[in-house]
Design a protein. Structure first.
Length: 187
């Protein structure tokens, strides 16, 4: 079976028996779960409340830089992976969660430094919730940015979310295609 580019849809896993496929899917699910637990644990344990002013801005810049470095690494691993489609699923999940953790951390730090930065003071869970409502474009309105700084950071998140949904997913799909081509040419 092929897609529009003539790439084989079922490549490296075609030779696997049912048990091996399940094991491969299970390992992928396990890595996704461990990555999620690790990122959320770091989020809840980081001393974010100690960030104020310039340290919050620096944390935000470093967090965004880490996001882009991890994203680049993830795209590279897709291209060389034995199972590029499964690796792409992991990459998308890690990218989304990392972006959520970065923005949740910044929102929590901003709220901790200035209780009026949002319509209500944010706990870590509130920061996570607010980040997810912005990412999903739901925006219930129960929490909203109320200072220029918090509005600017929220606007940056909205723009990065659009980029993640558009450009990043396109990059990952391209990396999958490249990985599948590499496998086809190797075999």
């Amino acid at each position: 079976m092929t897609d529009d580019d003539g790439l084989i849809l079922s490549t490296a896993h075609e030779h696997l028996d049912r048990r091996s496929r399940r094991r491969l899917l299970g390992l992928t699910a396990l890595r996704l779960t461990l990555s999620s637990v690790a990122l959320l644990t770091v989020y809840y344990l980081l001393p974010i409340g100690a960030l104020h002013g310039l340290s919050t801005i620096l944390f935000f810049i470093v967090g965004c830089a880490v996001f882009f470095v991890v994203l680049g690494w993830e795209i590279r691993t897709i291209v060389v992976a034995d199972y590029p489609r499964l690796r792409a699923v992991e990459a998308v999940a890690v990218a989304f969660l990392l972006l959520i953790v970065v923005f949740s951390s910044v929102y929590f730090a901003m709220s901790d430094a200035d209780a009026g930065a949002f319509t209500e003071p944010l706990t870590r869970s509130d920061g996570l919730y607010f980040t997810i409502t912005v990412l999903s474009t739901v925006g219930f309105g129960d929490i909203a940015p109320s200072t220029d700084a918090s509005r600017l950071v929220t606007s940056v998140q909205m723009l990065l979310d659009l980029a993640l949904l558009g450009v990043v997913v396109r990059l990952i799909v391209g990396a999958v295609r490249q990985g599948v081509r590499r496998q086809r040419n190797a075999g």
